[in-house]
Design a protein around this ligand. Structure first.
Ligand SMILES: [Zn+2]
Length: 191
């Protein structure tokens, strides 16, 4: 890591600002260089060039991201920020965050809902959650019908490998149902 990377954006911004000028051979305005004197000689508006320029100086990731991807959307080709364009982008972004949050929450069984969670964590939790559902369903659907101890053990071993503790949870449900059935029978036929 170079010494440049220790500079804050504010240090960099003191000396490096995009210089906006009418572009030669073009109807519009655009970045033609940096106030530090670094010249731009490409043929678009220069925002991507400016992103590369300040990235090399050690500007923060979010600033690099802005110049590489967002400046061309929320700034006019004169460098003026458009409140309307910012509002539209933020509204879209809010929708994405809200929708992602709902998907994460549902797929992970409520364990993750923050939309900026790293994808690998969401995927890992979602897979654990699917395995848990599958394990409970297997035991619930098949345990009582297993005809031999060997079959029953094979089923339990597999289900427990998907999600430890499912046999215990199943046995607790069976016991709860038996107690409840006895209660109902007693209510129907008070002695
Ligand atoms: Zn510069």
């Amino acid at each position: 890591m170079s010494d440049d990377k220790t500079q804050s954006w504010y240090d960099i911004a003191d000396q490096h600002e995009p210089a906006w000028m009418p572009l030669i051979g073009d109807d519009g305005m655009g970045i033609f260089g940096c106030w530090c004197g670094a010249p731009y000689d490409g043929d678009d508006n220069g925002m991507a060039w400016y992103a590369d320029h300040i990235a090399a100086l050690g500007a923060s990731d979010y600033i690099n991201e802005y110049w590489a991807n967002w400046a061309g959307i929320v700034e006019a080709p004169t460098g003026q920020l458009s409140r309307d364009a910012v509002a539209r982008e933020l509204a879209d972004y809010s929708v994405v965050m809200d929708q992602a949050s709902q998907v994460y929450d549902d797929l992970t069984g409520g364990r993750i809902s923050k939309p900026n969670t790293a994808a690998r964590h969401v995927i890992s939790e979602a897979r654990d959650s699917f395995d848990e559902f599958a394990a409970h369903d297997l035991i619930e659907a098949l345990y009582a019908d297993m005809e031999t101890d060997a079959d029953r053990k094979a089923l339990v071993d597999y289900a427990e490998s998907l999600h430890p503790g499912v046999l215990g949870a199943y046995q607790a449900r069976v016991e709860h149902r038996a107690v409840r059935a006895a209660e109902l029978a007693k209510e129907a036929n008070p002695s």
